[in-house]
Design a protein around this ligand. Structure first.
Ligand code: MG
Length: 353
């Protein structure tokens, strides 16, 4: 449930019809996921932290302390892919969601669902990878749980992580804070993770060198926050891709977004894979990228800070926030026309995270 819920908008409606069943599209991170989250979970558990609709919840348990809390379940298949594995994904996914409120993440917990027959060496490899990712992010995995299910009742290994971090007082970064005039910065190329996982499944039809971008972004975010007090929104465009993430923010903040297609960084191999498979890189998942909405006067300072870090060196300006059309994302194409970029509608690439 850590992915965004939109409280104002199009997806609040009637309760869940009992005849309906869960389909793969409910897990794709697009419109169907939002409808499920809204109808099944938010309406049942309603509280302000959940309803804010960010990837982490902002909590103030006592005066003077602001916490960022998030949780994420990981079911990627295969367990290992170029550039990462389920363990690295499980650590980075939660570290990043916690950090996107401007928080410094400190602690994670991890729950493992293991299938009977999983080899010990596979489990050890995943744990070693989690250890390395936690060390890089400078977080500790302080509690966990292990369950085993019978052979055939799971697919090797699932991992759920939860994380907590502290938001510096005075920081107010949220998907609700985008303002007309804000400049939108993207930290690097899009589509790498989704295409790398497809490649690992042998579904590309050609040998590829594309690596997943999975990475902890908390040090990048810290550098950005040190450079500017005028960062309004931070979010990682994971499932549903950049298109879905920007639609969430446009709805949450009730603003328009204008993207410039020719500025969008896409690796050649990702572009060719997308063209061949009929995908749009705007909808492909990333696991080590972020978008930042920044006041125009601070853009240079933020870009400079980003470029000085490992995961922000390819940062570019990709668009801006407009007053109208509210709740909409538009794309100025390389041909000079303008088209609407909608949220991901159904299922695209199942089990990529
Ligand atoms: Mg996120």
């Amino acid at each position: 449930m850590s992915e965004t819920v939109n409280i104002e908008g199009a997806y609040c409606a009637s309760p869940l019809p009992h005849s309906e069943q869960i389909v793969m599209g409910h897990g794709a991170g697009g419109r169907m996921s939002h409808q499920l989250i809204q109808k099944a979970f938010v309406s049942a558990f309603q509280n302000p932290a959940l309803q804010a609709g960010d990837d982490a919840a902002m909590l103030q348990p006592v005066p003077g302390i602001q916490l960022s809390i998030s949780t994420d379940a990981h079911v990627v298949t295969p367990l290992f892919f170029p550039g990462g594995d389920i363990g690295k994904l499980a650590v980075c996914g939660t570290v990043n969601d916690v950090a996107m409120l401007g928080a410094k993440p400190f602690y994670l917990t991890a729950g493992f669902i293991l299938e009977e027959g999983l080899s010990m060496s596979t489990l050890q490899q995943v744990i070693t990878s989690m250890q390395a990712a936690a060390q890089e992010a400078n977080v500790q995995i302080v509690a966990g749980d292990t369950k085993v299910v019978q052979k055939g009742k799971a697919d090797g290994l699932y991992i759920t992580t939860a994380g907590v971090g502290i938001i510096p007082i005075g920081t107010n970064i949220s998907g609700t804070q985008a303002k007309p005039g804000d400049v939108i910065i993207l930290s690097g190329s899009i589509g790498d993770h989704g295409i790398a996982v497809l490649g690992a499944r042998g579904e590309l039809g050609f040998e590829s060198t594309i690596q997943s971008d999975v990475a902890p972004l908390n040090h990048l975010i810290e550098a950005m926050i040190n450079a500017s007090h005028n960062i309004h929104v931070l979010r990682d465009p994971t499932r549903g891709g950049l298109a879905t993430t920007l639609n969430e923010i446009a709805t949450q903040s009730n603003v328009g977004i204008m993207l410039d297609e020719k500025t969008l960084p896409v690796h050649t191999e990702v572009a060719s894979a997308c063209e061949m498979l009929g995908f749009d890189p705007l909808y492909i998942a990333n696991e080590g990228k972020l978008v930042a909405f920044v006041s125009r006067e601070d853009v240079d300072a933020v870009l400079k800070a980003m470029k000085s870090t490992r995961y922000g060196e390819d940062a570019v300006i990709v668009g801006e926030v407009t007053a109208e059309p509210r709740g909409r994302v538009l794309l100025k194409t390389s041909l000079g026309s303008t088209r609407i970029v909608d949220m991901l509608a159904g299922e695209m690439l199942p089990r990529i995270c």
